[in-house]
Design a protein around this ligand. Structure first.
Ligand SMILES: Cc1cc2nc3c(=O)[nH]c(=O)nc-3n(C[C@H](O)[C@H](O)[C@H](O)COP(=O)(O)O)c2cc1C
Length: 199
């Protein structure tokens, strides 16, 4: 077992208190996301995953869009909590948006009708793998990140604001930045209830 690999796996946590001080450069951030997109597996090697890195005012804009969208639907008395949560994401350095290209999914469904129902599921799973690789690679570089899901509420506004192709389906948002407060201890359920080895 590679020690360094599992150190990286264990080092990835949800970090909610993040800052605009990134421990790595924009070029390193771009490289991490590019390497993750290139080398994360996809079903049938379809390479359906897409990622958009938002930095600077574009990152801020994402969380302003999310706040404005939620303000319209969250009851007033609950909005204060929501707004605080969203400003903690905006306090970060950037966000990665994860998409799956539905044009690719549709083409696979046409080409391999037998698996038609599975392709959207596999596209989601592929995106999950990609999200995990980015998240873990960030953690290894001292970048704190969490995984958020304000889709599909924000999809239209995000697409029109950032010029995202219509066929790209938003799957997840990952705000990241400098670690302000490291995450606390995590509780684990007994491993023997979760893993069975059958000999
Ligand atoms: C598929 C998936 C969806 C998640 N969605 C959210 C989310 O919408 N918002 C959030 O704050 N955390 C989300 N999380 C983070 C989990 O709550 C978190 O990973 C879990 O509590 C374990 O904590 P850790 O990330 O520190 O190990 C998600 C995690 C996974 C794997």
């Amino acid at each position: 077992m590679s020690k360094t690999f599992f150190e990286a796996v264990k080092g990835r946590r949800s970090v909610y208190a993040i800052s605009k001080e990134s421990p790595i450069s924009d070029e390193q951030i771009q490289k991490i996301v590019e390497e993750a997109v290139l080398h994360s597996p996809t079903s049938f090697n379809s390479q359906s995953s897409r990622a958009v890195v938002l930095l600077g005012e574009n990152h801020d804009k994402l969380w302003d869009i999310t706040a404005e969208t939620l303000r319209k639907i969250v009851p007033t008395e609950q909005f204060e909590g929501t707004a605080q949560k969203l400003s903690s994401f905006k306090a970060g350095y950037g966000s990665v948006l994860f998409f799956e290209d539905q044009a690719v999914v549709k083409q696979l469904q046409e080409n391999f009708a037998l698996y038609a129902d599975n392709f959207p599921i596999w596209a989601n799973q592929s995106s999950g793998i990609l999200q995990y690789v980015v998240w873990t690679a960030f953690a290894e570089q001292g970048v704190g990140a969490s995984l958020q899901h304000y889709n599909p509420l924000i999809d239209d506004e995000v697409k029109s604001t950032f010029g995202i192709p219509a066929e790209w389906k938003l799957i997840a948002q990952m705000p990241f930045g400098g670690v302000v407060t490291p995450p606390g201890e995590k509780e684990f359920q007994p491993i023997e209830e979760r893993v069975k080895v059958i000999k």
